[in-house]
Design a protein around this ligand. Structure first.
Ligand code: KE4
Length: 427
């Protein structure tokens, strides 16, 4: 029995499912997780001494690669002066200035400790600011485990949502309307009937939690217009895309400015950080100035912000976004060559350092089309790649992440493994 197996056996006695976050349990690939000993750059070392090229990067934060020297140094330096204060500290001011400077929609920002806290707080703020109760989200978009957002679509476009998890009161789920992504007609129907009751529309502007797919031409602009028309707060959940797809995230890349933005992952350099920000007029509704309560013991933690600031500055000074684009292009060119060789027209999506291979030869533009992919082929591919030393997300409904630490050699080795894994998966 491997040490990973031994640890997992013990873990299951003390931690639900043996994991502190469900996706880590490898249930989507009918497997059992390995345990990590350490990680550096593009590589992970398991507790059994196996070395893997990592394409998850702790689900997004490790954009420089694992344990970058600049982050380690910043955390070490900050820790010598104290690990937590619960008192305003200079790191908070510097981080707030940086976010307001980099993200087009953000005039004021509040730090929190996770992406879930960021989206949850943004939603409460939108409801408090508008005095309205209903919210709209889209199928396939994930915004953390917020009660109001773990809601599946109702039976029809106009019907209210139903809980997508146990423990969520039906009365609460009914305040959320879940619609198909990239479907303006469905949204227009709801607007005609209930536009003046909607507090917020929240979305991942580029959904990356059902695999990775893109807004159709004009969809984001349509959302911006229709929310402005009805006095609805437009919330971009850029927890995954923020500071990864551009300095200013998707909103900079696509030139569509939301009212509020949720952020996380990259801004903590791997430590627990989230943030939400936007128009000062809306943000000023937050306590202690305004009536919308929101708080956090560790919000603005000096270690987490020191790590995030070091990571963001390194990303920017080294023209990191251009480098990530070049690394991503190398991977994409290689994958498309492999698919051509295999005669498989699988859908491969990439934008910047985010990518996803759907085991489907049809276009993917929402949750329903993402679900058409061949899950069994994905499982065979995943395990074959893992055995060969390449770690992709243990679910077809996730996204791959590149970092500045992924060398050309890593990409070329990965492409070799991908080709063999695809041949194996296709039988
Ligand atoms: P956290 O609460 O996990 O920090 O962030 C929630 C969240 C919010 N918004 C978006 C767009 C997200 O992708 C996430 C979390 N992403 C998942 C990966 N699909 C985290 C991995 C996990 O749940 O363990």
């Amino acid at each position: 029995m491997s040490l990973s197996d031994k640890l997992f056996k013990i873990a299951k006695n003390h931690i639900p499912g043996g994991v502190n976050s469900p996706v880590r349990a490898f249930r989507n690939v009918d497997g059992e997780p390995f345990f990590v000993r350490r990680a550096k750059g593009s590589r992970i070392e398991t507790v059994d001494g196996v070395h893997l090229i990592d394409y998850i990067g702790t689900w997004g934060p490790a954009i420089l690669g694992h344990a970058p020297e600049t982050v380690i140094h910043a955390v070490h330096n900050a820790a010598k002066d104290g690990v937590s204060f619960g008192i305003p500290n200079p790191y908070e001011v510097e981080m707030a200035q940086l976010i307001c400077d980099w993200v087009p929609s953000v005039e004021k920002v509040r730090m929190v400790n996770s992406g879930t806290e960021a989206t949850m707080s943004a939603l409460r703020l939108a409801r408090g600011y508008t005095g309205r109760d209903l919210v709209i989200k889209f199928e396939g978009c994930y915004h953390g485990h917020v009660d109001s957002l773990l809601v599946a679509a109702g039976s029809g476009a106009l019907t209210h949502g139903r809980p997508d998890s146990a423990g969520i009161p039906a009365q609460l789920a009914e305040l959320t309307i879940t619609l198909p992504f990239n479907d303006p007609e469905a949204l227009e129907k709801v607007m005609e009937a209930k536009g003046d009751q909607i507090a917020a529309i929240i979305l991942e502007p580029i959904p990356a939690n059902a695999g990775l797919f893109f807004p159709k031409e004009g969809f984001l602009e349509f959302l911006r217009e229709i929310t402005a028309k009805h006095g609805i707060v437009l919330v971009f959940d850029e927890v995954m895309t923020g500071f990864r797809l551009a300095k200013g995230g998707v909103q900079e890349r696509f030139g569509v400015t939301p009212d509020l933005t949720a952020l996380g992952k990259v801004i903590g350099g791997g430590l627990p950080v989230g943030a939400f920000g936007g128009k000062a007029e809306i943000m000023d509704q937050l306590a202690p100035d305004g009536p919308v309560y929101q708080a956090g013991t560790l919000s603005g933690n000096p270690l987490a912000l020191a790590a995030g600031l070091a990571q963001l500055k390194e990303l920017d000074t080294n023209k990191g976004f251009d480098q990530l684009e070049a690394i991503g292009q190398r991977l994409e060119d290689g994958v498309r060559n492999i698919l051509k060789t295999l005669g498989k027209d699988y859908t491969f999506h990439r934008i910047g350092s985010m990518f996803c291979l759907f085991f489907s030869e049809s276009p993917v533009y929402d949750l329903e089309t993402a679900k058409q992919a061949d899950g069994e082929a994905f499982k065979r591919f995943f395990h074959h790649a893992l055995e060969a030393g390449v770690y992709f997300a243990p679910s077809p409904y996730e996204t791959g992440f590149l970092s500045l630490a992924h060398s050309s050699g890593d990409i070329d080795d990965t492409l070799e493994v991908m080709e063999a894994a695809l041949r194996h998966a296709l039988g």
